[in-house]
Design a protein around this ligand. Structure first.
Ligand code: PAF
Length: 297
């Protein structure tokens, strides 16, 4: 596996790929790699001849400095995991490599209104930070295909718009959320859960599944959401939001739409968990619709 730390060695590796006519698959990460990332890498391999992973804890997407400081950095373990996974190259830039003029005053990619809702409202500037670094990485890596996880569904929506609005010639592949056997979405943040919180945490996914079943049972969106929020609070969570929105613009909906999604962010002590569940209806259904299929994401 090639370990690339600067932009010129990354450029040379990319030129070799072009020369060898190899299709490049890219998995951007912030490191602390877990089985969810390994799934993204496996998927990238199915769509490409060579796979490159970036590991960079992007300061631009952390509005909370304390959150940035405590984000787990496990470079050596990450390199070993990527070697074992048979990845072709890893890009490990420093902050100075990616932001040589500093972050203050730099040109950024505005994630637009989509980036201001839900996670964007809870974390102002987060999605602009994500869109900016992903745009830079796409420019530097020049991937044919890039793989992102559905666990961060709003991030996926922002990146889809980024690719479409700014004409990036990259194919996006979205990998379904990897879960623990009890349903908890796999995330780097799970390591901060105490034993007790770890036992409580699967309730986040359960709340979404119950809400999807409630919609499938013909209950209204507002009643379903109120019930799910109440149930999750009873399980010991502080609910930031639990909403139903359309899957493209992430606008909250009070009636079923053909491509909808339930989204939740909830806190257990200092640990904030997010999750989501696609809720597809076979056709545009009205408020009295009785059938709705929930796709567990
Ligand atoms: O999902 C992540 O790990 C990050 O938001 C990403 C896409 C690597 C950008 O920093």
């Amino acid at each position: 596996m090639r370990i690339l730390r600067d932009i010129s060695s990354l450029g040379a590796w990319r030129r070799d790929m072009v020369f060898d006519a190899r299709r490049v698959g890219f998995v951007p990460t912030m490191g602390n790699l877990h089985t969810g990332h390994m799934g993204l890498i496996e998927t990238a391999r199915h769509h490409a001849d060579a796979v490159i992973v970036s590991v960079f804890v992007n300061p631009l997407q952390f509005e909370d400095r304390a959150d940035l400081a405590r984000y787990p950095r496990t470079e050596q373990a990450d390199i070993e995991a990527l070697e074992r996974a048979g990845v072709d190259a890893v890009f490990l830039p420093t902050e100075t490599t990616l932001y040589p003029h500093g972050q203050k005053g730099m040109v950024r990619v505005d994630a637009g209104p989509l980036g201001e809702r839900m996670e964007g409202a809870a974390r102002p500037g987060h999605f602009t930070g994500v869109a900016t670094v992903v745009a830079k990485l796409f420019n530097l890596v020049g991937p044919d295909v890039a793989v992102f996880g559905e666990k961060d569904a709003q991030q996926v929506a922002v990146i889809r718009r980024l690719v479409s609005d700014l004409d990036f010639a990259v194919e996006l592949v979205i990998e379904p959320t990897h879960r623990e056997p009890d349903g908890l979405a796999i995330s780097s943040r799970n390591r901060f859960l105490s034993d007790e919180q770890r036992r409580q945490a699967p309730a986040v996914h359960r709340a979404l599944k119950r809400a999807a079943e409630s919609l499938a049972g013909g209950h209204s969106v507002p009643a379903t959401l109120a019930g799910a929020r109440h149930w999750l609070s009873q399980q010991g969570f502080d609910v930031d939001y639990l909403v139903y929105c359309d899957d493209e613009r992430f606008e909250e909906q009070s009636q079923l739409v053909p491509h909808g999604r339930l989204l939740v962010a909830a806190r257990l002590g200092a640990v904030r968990l997010i999750d989501n569940l696609a809720v597809h209806t076979p056709q545009a259904l009205g408020p009295t619709a009785e059938r709705v299929g929930a796709a567990v994401s």
